[in-house]
Design a protein. Structure first.
Length: 290
C-alpha cells in the first residue's frame, strides 16, 4: 500500500458545477417541495417557488436557512440547469416561452441524472488504481456526454436507468480497485442503517459505504480515505475533522447536507459549505440515537 494519493490528475469538472446565472431557476420550479425541516412550504412540481424573482434569482438567497429552506442550500444540479437552458433549449426559458415549460422541466430531471454520472466518471478517470479500466471509463464518459447533447424530443425516450446500470458496473469495479489499496480489513456496509451511530474517530479506510444511511451519524475525526460514499445519505452527518480528502464518489450535494468544520479534509473537487462550523467545538451535536 502506498501513502501517495490515489488521484493522479487535476479534478476541476467545470461543466458539472451549477451556474445559476445561465439557468432559468429550474431547480426552483421543476421539483416538488414538501413542508418539512428542509422546506418551509409545500410546492407542487412545475410551480415556481414563491421566492423566485422575475430574473430567476432567489429573493431570500442570503437567508435561506434562517427562512426555513435549508434544503435549497443543499441541492446541486451538477450543472444540468445551464445545460438544459443554454444547450438543449438554445437560451430559451419557460417564462418567455411557456409552451416549453413541461418539456424543459422533464428534460432537466433527465440531464441531471446524466450529469451526475458524468461527475462520477470524471472522478474515476483521475483515480490511479483504476487505470486498468480507464479505457472503458473514458468510453462511458464520452457516451454519456453525447446523450446530454440530444434534443428535448429524444431525451425523454432514453433508458436512463439502463444506462446508469451499465455505468454503475464500471464504478463498482473502480471502487474495488481503489479500496483494495486500503490497509487492513475493508468494512462492507453497503446500504447499512447507520443512522445516528457513534463512529467518531473510526478507521473507515477503504470502507464500502455505498447507499449507507449516515443521517445524524457522528463521523467526526473518522478516517475515510479510499472509502466509497456513492449514494450515502449524509443529512446531518457530523464530518468535523474527518479525513475525506481521498474518499471516492463524494458529491457536493452530500457535503452540503452534512456538517463539518475547517478541519474537515475534502476531495479537491468539492467546496467547503459556508454554513459549516469554524471548529468542531462550534458544531452542534447530531440528533438521533447514539
Amino acid at each position: 500500500m502506498t501513502e501517495e494519493s490515489p488521484r493522479q490528475a487535476a479534478d476541476e469538472r467545470p461543466g458539472l458545477r451549477a451556474d445559476c446565472a445561465h439557468c432559468a431557476g429550474l431547480c426552483c420550479v421543476a421539483p416538488s417541495f414538501t413542508a418539512s425541516t428542509d422546506f418551509a412550504v409545500n410546492k407542487a412540481a412545475g410551480e415556481p417557488c414563491q421566492h423566485l424573482r422575475q430574473d430567476f434569482a432567489c429573493g431570500i438567497h442570503d437567508d435561506l436557512r434562517g427562512r426555513g429552506f435549508p434544503g435549497c442550500t443543499v441541492y446541486d444540479c451538477f450543472g444540468a440547469g445551464q445545460k438544459v437552458v443554454q444547450v438543449t433549449f438554445g437560451g430559451q426559458d419557460w417564462r418567455r416561452s411557456p409552451q416549453l415549460a413541461e418539456s424543459m422541466f422533464a428534460t432537466f430531471g433527465i440531464v441531471r441524472h446524466l450529469h451526475e454520472l458524468l461527475w462520477y466518471l470524471t472522478e474515476a478517470l483521475t483515480l490511479r488504481p483504476a487505470r486498468p479500466v480507464h479505457g472503458e471509463l473514458q468510453r462511458a464518459l464520452e457516451q454519456t456526454a453525447l446523450l446530454t447533447e440530444l434534443g428535448a424530443e429524444v431525451l425523454p425516450e432514453l433508458d436512463v436507468a439502463g444506462h446508469r446500470d451499465e455505468v454503475n458496473a464500471l464504478l463498482l469495479r473502480t471502487s474495488e480497485l481503489v479500496r483494495a489499496e486500503a490497509p487492513g480489513r475493508r468494512i462492507e456496509r453497503r446500504g447499512a442503517d447507520l443512522i445516528g451511530k457513534n463512529l467518531r474517530g473510526a478507521d473507515l479506510r477503504g470502507a464500502n459505504l455505498r447507499g449507507a444511511y449516515l443521517i445524524g451519524a457522528d463521523l467526526s475525526g473518522a478516517d475515510l480515505r479510499m472509502a466509497d460514499l456513492i449514494g450515502a445519505d449524509c443529512r446531518g452527518t457530523d464530518l468535523s475533522d474527518a479525513r475525506l480528502g481521498e474518499s471516492i464518489f463524494l458529491t457536493q450535494f452530500q457535503v452540503n447536507a452534512a456538517r463539518g468544520n475547517v478541519g474537515t479534509q475534502l476531495p479537491p473537487a468539492l467546496l467547503r459549505p459556508k454554513h459549516w462550523a469554524p471548529s468542531a467545538a462550534a458544531a452542534p451535536s447530531p440528533g438521533g440515537p447514539r
